[in-house]
Design a protein around this ligand. Sequence first.
Ligand code: G1P
Length: 291
Amino acid sequence: MARKVRKVVLPVAGLGTRFLPATKAVPKELLPVVDRPLVQYAVDEAVEAGIEQIIFVTGRGKAAIEDYFDKAYELEDQLHTKNKTSEIESIASSRHLAGNVTFTRQQEPAGLGHAVWCARHLVGNEPFAVMLPDELLHDTPGCLAQMVDAFERTNGNIVAVLDVPREHTNRYGILDPGTRDGQLIETKGMIEKPQPAEAPSTLALVGRYVLLPEIFGLLENQTRGAGNEIQLTDAMARMIGTHPFHGYHFEGIRYDCGDKVGFLEANVAFALRRDDLKDRFGEVLDKYLAD
Ligand code: G1P
């Protein structure tokens, strides 16, 4: 029987330079999509997937993320005093049992593989998930819940993938696919940010992983790859052949919130899904589209 996936690692040390000046003083993971910080969507997706422990790999200037996941005692007291029940409910998902949200720091920007390795002691010897909160994935059930379900069947590594235009392969980790069984794609290899002509497919890694703890030993001695960084993709590629490895074809909607247009699209899409906003916001959009 597959061991339960109880922990998620969220690498949030990146500087967010694409969103300057907003990210000069606010971590990009706290930028709101409608009225919830981006990182809250990832945490909700993790909780839905049965994850119990949330491990953040942060860096300098990211302390606001710790505050966000803490109890805001004075705020809550004020809201209670004023009977603001819906506001109290709105902050409930940022509150977790003490000890279930932990933070460690990546002391240098040495790449995603290095960020995940920084969490090795907090994860220990058990399978775990990795989520990149920039990638906002919308589906029911959520992408990670689907992947955990797939993990329970395959008992091996799973990475979420989706099709991208061939001219974009150099932005992503790209899968070398074998046989496909429904949404599961046997994985023969993977390569980080290949040029379109060298890409083995157009199936891109999209920021959701369920990994066996053996990855930490490989990350330990992983040499630098694309962008002169320690790449998670390179360490994962070295696991193929020794441990089961599958791509999981995500069939929901993806918003690339690391990109300005993707972030704006997510705001429009999530606002239009909200009963309290869709009519008024729809009218506003119509006004702009008519011009
Ligand atoms: C990272 C990963 C890459 C993945 C991408 C998804 O790249 O290294 O494999 O496809 O996230 O967003 P980054 O965007 O950090 O350069």
